[in-house]
Design a protein around this ligand. Structure first.
Ligand code: ADP
Length: 498
């Protein structure tokens, strides 16, 4: 870490990032079985900032064994729900207490501006608290039978067992918590594989989980690459369930790997989410709302509003506002307090997004957004708006995962036709609607095939609201009560009383 920007780091985060990193298996911090390591890059400078163990199939196997032991016997298996709640609440408090440090690690590992990372970490602690409350409330029910005789019948909800969790790099700490917290709430044990681009906060979280007092083997963290460690986790015959967040393409590989033992699979995948601005909308809110929908986190958000439909009567005004909003955003290193938007995660990702921008221009779309000179080394892309886009263009159809939005005017009043346009995608994760007409909002929300719809807001980051996709955006729902369907099995018990 030679760049002067690292002088902005606090002592604790600097010490953690520079430390020799190990993985967490069975309560011990270990090197990879092979002894191999890999480099971790700061996307804001392109510098190597750390190196971590390169876990592979052998390490995954050890982690699964540790998780199995913890699930079947010991303190965790016998723990009462109220004690799991207490542990999770302690974890939430510790996440908050270490919040500044976690935010700084995230700013270096992932590139997020500090203020954004700090808000995310506060939300992460709230997610743990929300989940913690459910541990004592997830009951089965008694069932009235109609078959002859006198019966006592009931259902129970049981933890599904050992869970493999594979997460992406766009929100490293939040994604880890979205996965771990509900699994622990119901008594599962976990093997977590963070993304190879952003392993640091998962490892720091492992330390905090130990500090909170979770028994050994309940959470195991293996750093490594997708094709080796990730694939081994998805395929492992003693894993009962795999939960994956990432690209649709990789999600399909996870399904195939899971076939061997028919483990349960849940997937939170890509999106190409539409945002609609109707002429009656409050444009003071809708314009920055539509801009944030795509520029937040440099567009590296599965629910990013990457297709913007604006009624033709207000199209010029809204699009000019979105372009201006993008131009004013300070794009820079996450540790620079002035930064509002950080870099993309990697050189490959920047090349991919730059490629889409070139392709958009070649295919005839008009590009807006200031060209800027960025710090050499960092993987920055300026906020970009395309107009004159058509459904056959790759920028319109494919998930770009960068700060690039396709804007289209519409002049239709027919909600079925408008919804058909929104639904003209293989994805179905999210949709945004800006209008003050209540009936219109409800009617359009019904017609859109997506797991979440926001009206006069973009994405509500609320633990109680289920989140997940229709179509190729995924299987299952995270957050809300619905997440427990992913981590529990229902058993029915019928007792003949005669
Ligand atoms: P990206 O291509 O943007 O990195 P991915 O969906 O490939 O997104 O990655 C998300 C997560 O999936 C990461 O933790 C990655 O290591 C993991 N992963 C990648 N390939 C596989 C695979 N074949 N099996 C299981 N996990 C994988």
């Amino acid at each position: 870490m030679s760049s002067s920007i690292y002088e902005n780091l606090g002592a604790q985060s600097a010490q953690f990032i520079r430390a020799e990193h190990r993985m967490l298996i069975g309560g011990r911090w270990v090197e990879a079985f092979s002894g191999k390591t890999f480099d971790v890059f700061d996307p804001g400078t392109g510098e190597v900032v750390a190196c971590v163990p390169e876990g592979e199939a052998a390490d995954i196997d050890l982690a699964v064994q540790a998780a199995r032991r913890a699930f079947e016997a010991g303190d965790w298996a016998r723990m009462k729900p109220a004690d799991r709640t207490r542990l999770l609440l302690r974890l939430a408090d510790l996440i908050e207490r270490h919040g500044d440090e976690l935010a700084e690690i995230e700013a270096v590992d992932n590139g997020k501006p500090l203020a954004v990372a700090r808000r995310g970490i506060a939300g992460t602690a709230e997610m743990v608290r929300y989940m913690a409350g459910w541990a004592t409330k997830l009951n089965g029910e008694s069932v009235n039978l109609s078959v002859p005789g006198e019966w006592h019948a009931y259902t129970t909800r049981e933890a599904v067992g050992v869970v493999g969790q594979i997460i992406p790099w766009n929100f490293p700490l939040s994604m880890a918590i979205w996965k771990i917290a509900p699994a622990l709430t119901v008594g599962c044990t976990v093997v977590l594989k963070p993304a190879e681009q952003t392993p640091l906060n998962a490892l720091r979280l492992g330390q905090i989980i130990q500090e909170a007092g979770f028994p050994d083997g309940v959470v195991n963290i293996v750093t490594g690459f997708g094709a080796t460690a990730g694939a081994a986790l998805a395929a492992h015959p003693d894993v009962d369930k795999v939960a994956f967040t990432g690209s649709t393409e990789t999600g399909k590989r996870v399904i195939q790997a899971a076939l061997g033992n028919l483990k349960k699979v849940s997937l939170e995948l890509g999106g190409k989410s539409p945002v609609f601005v109707f002429p009656d909308a409050n444009l003071e809110l809708a314009t920055p709302g539509a801009a944030n929908a795509i520029f937040f986190n440099s567009g590296q958000v599965c629910s990013a509003g990457s297709r913007l439909f604006v009624h033709k009567t207000v199209f010029d005004r809204v699009i000019e506002g979105v372009i201006e909003h993008g131009n004013k955003l300070k794009v820079g290193h996450g540790l620079d307090p002035a930064s509002q938007v950080g870099p993309l995660i990697s050189r490959q990702q920047k090349q991919r997004v730059d490629g889409y921008i070139r392709q958009g221009e070649e295919e005839g779309a008009r590009r807006f957004g200031e060209q800027r000179a960025f710090d050499a080394g960092g993987y920055f892309v300026a906020p970009t708006v395309f107009v004159d886009t058509t459904p056959d263009m790759s920028i319109y159809r494919e998930e770009i995962f960068g700060p690039v939005v396709c804007a289209m005017p519409f002049d239709d009043d027919d909600l079925d036709r408008i919804a058909a346009e929104a639904n003209r995608t293989e994805f179905g994760l999210f949709a945004g609607i800006w209008t003050q007409k209540l009936g219109l909002a409800h009617k359009l929300a019904r017609r859109i095939k997506a797991g979440s719809v926001s009206v006069n807001a973009h994405m509500v980051n609320e633990p109680a609201l289920p989140f997940g996709g229709y179509k190729q955006s995924g299987w299952g729902r995270e957050r809300g009560r619905e997440v427990f369907d992913l981590y529990t099995s229902v058993k029915s018990i019928a007792i003949n009383l005669d």
